[in-house]
Write a protein that binds this ligand. Structure first.
Ligand code: ADP
Length: 468
């Protein structure tokens, strides 16, 4: 499992680092604890030895009874073994009952060192107990008269320290275990979320755009999940639109084809006079024209979708509008419709073919959906920073509730009327896409008394006169 491994590797690294840190913390804590206890013990024992030494130096002779009474005089004294030797290392007094060394030569290293005039004190851990030894010389006039040697063996304190050290170790081990557990859980949860994302991405790659991720939280993965959901929404929507487009387009193509088939079958199967036959063939021609226009529009839309665009250039919009009017005037005249124009020269940055197509579709609609002997007004003017193109007609207008849909692909207000006029509901969606592509806007509203008014705006693009 590749994605989980990096997370696992991170978790292991953190666990190791924390483990090592805890290990050194343990060593430091138990070392510190021991050194604190040892120094207290050493201080106490050497103080005791000093006390005894001071008392002994008061006496003239170092007899066992004199020593014993000096040692007993110090009430708080409770050394495990107290020994006083003469300068040569022979024990004058030994507090031990069993193994009493009085009269014997004691060659403990501490006693040997002290008999050379040096003090010795140290503690150590022996079999779970703390053993502290102190040896100090009895000095008079620079002469070593003897040595006071004390040994303390504290099992309780040793046990206490051992217990504390064990506890620290247990707490550390528990902590490390908890960290391992949490790290594993977090890493597991992380890789689970990652696997979900991966699964959804693969499903989407294979064409299932309905994939949605339910990833909660505010971390990077949650953000990734939200981005994924937005992406899948978009893809789903564009896939839905693509399917809709293909199905609508095939439907639109089917109708004229079916008419052509029906008409040609009729000609072939029925005996008819020349006049009727010519009418039928004329109808076939019109259906073929419709097919031609339709495929042209479909091609335009496909081009728009694939963002294939010519270079935009700065042009004067008026001549292009004029050209469109000239082209469509014959169509208007067929139904006695007048086209009135008021064109002001306006420089805009656009693709000329786009502008031509936009104006053509709007003016053609204004004629198609106008009443006989109606009026079409085309106005081009500069308003502030914008070019304003207005196309208004005196037709039946567009119902209020249809206004928001008329720029949708294949949308027709009155299907029968529109089809009769040769439309497939693509003209305005081409207008809308082309206007957007040229950074403009298009709006529609009802005319003052009747008809419809379409307004297109583009930013004016003045060329500075100083420019070559
Ligand atoms: P079509 O190719 O069918 O004309 P359009 O996209 O150009 O498609 O227009 C969509 C629909 O909007 C038309 O079917 C028509 O019902 C309505 N429409 C467009 N322009 C006008 C207009 N000037 N007056 C009334 N209705 C219009």
């Amino acid at each position: 499992m590749v994605p989980a491994s990096s997370q696992l590797r991170n978790a292991i690294v953190y666990i190791l680092i924390i483990g090592i840190a805890l290990f050194f913390l343990n060593i430091y804590a138990s070392g510190k604890l021991r050194s604190m206890v040892f120094s207290t013990q050493e201080q106490a024992l050497s103080d005791k030895a000093q006390l005894i030494s001071a008392a002994l130096l008061q006496t003239d002779t170092l007899t066992a009874s004199a020593i014993e009474s000096s040692i007993n005089a110090s009430e708080e004294l409770s050394a495990t073994r107290s020994v006083v030797t003469d300068g040569g290392g022979f024990a004058l007094y030994d507090s031990l009952e069993t193994g009493n060394a009085e009269g014997k030569l004691l060659l403990f290293p501490e006693i040997v060192t002290a008999s050379r005039g040096n003090q010795v004190v140290y503690s150590r851990f022996v079999d779970g107990a703390i053993e502290t030894r102190a040896a100090i010389p009895l000095m008079r006039n620079g002469q070593v008269l003897g040595v006071v040697y004390l040994m303390q063996y504290d099992r309780d304190l040793g046990a206490l320290i051992s217990a504390m050290e064990t506890n620290i170790l247990r707490i550390s081990a528990g902590l490390e275990l908890a960290i391992i557990l949490v790290a594993m859980l977090l890493s597991g949860a992380f890789s689970l979320r990652l696997r979900k994302i991966l699964y959804s991405i693969r499903a989407m790659r294979d064409g299932d755009y309905s994939q949605k991720l339910d990833i909660r939280g505010h971390d990077e993965l949650a953000k990734l999940g939200r981005e994924f959901n937005t992406l899948s929404d978009r893809l789903e929507e564009s896939e839905r639109r693509r399917r809709q487009f293909v199905s609508d387009a095939s439907h639109e193509l089917k109708t004229p084809l079916a008419s052509i088939k029906l008409l040609s079958d009729s000609i072939l199967q029925n005996e008819m006079d020349l006049q009727t036959e010519r009418e039928f063939i004329g109808d076939i021609g019109r259906e073929a024209d419709r097919l031609g226009r339709l495929s042209q529009k479909l091609l335009a839309l496909t081009k728009l979708d694939s963002n294939v665009s010519n270079e935009r250039e700065i042009i004067d919009a008026a001549p292009t509008v004029e050209k469109v009017i000239r082209m469509l005037r014959p169509l208007a005249l067929l139904r006695g419709i007048r086209i009135q124009r008021k064109l002001q020269s306006c420089s805009i940055m656009t693709v000329e073919d786009d502008l031509y197509q936009i104006v053509f579709n709007l003016v053609e609609n204004a004629i198609k959906y106008n009443k006989d002997n109606g009026l079409v007004e085309v106005q081009l003017e500069q308003q502030g920073e914008d070019m304003l193109l207005t196309v208004s007609d005196t037709g039946a207008g567009i119902p209020e509730d249809a206004m928001e849909h008329i720029f949708d692909r294949f949308y027709r207000v009155d299907k029968a009327r529109s089809r009769a006029a040769g439309g497939a509901g693509l003209g305005l969606s081409i207008v809308s896409d082309m206007v957007k592509r040229n950074y403009g806007t298009v709006q529609v509203r009802a005319g003052e008394s009747c008809g419809t008014v379409f307004t297109v705006t583009f930013p004016i693009f003045e060329v500075s006169e100083e420019l070559p």
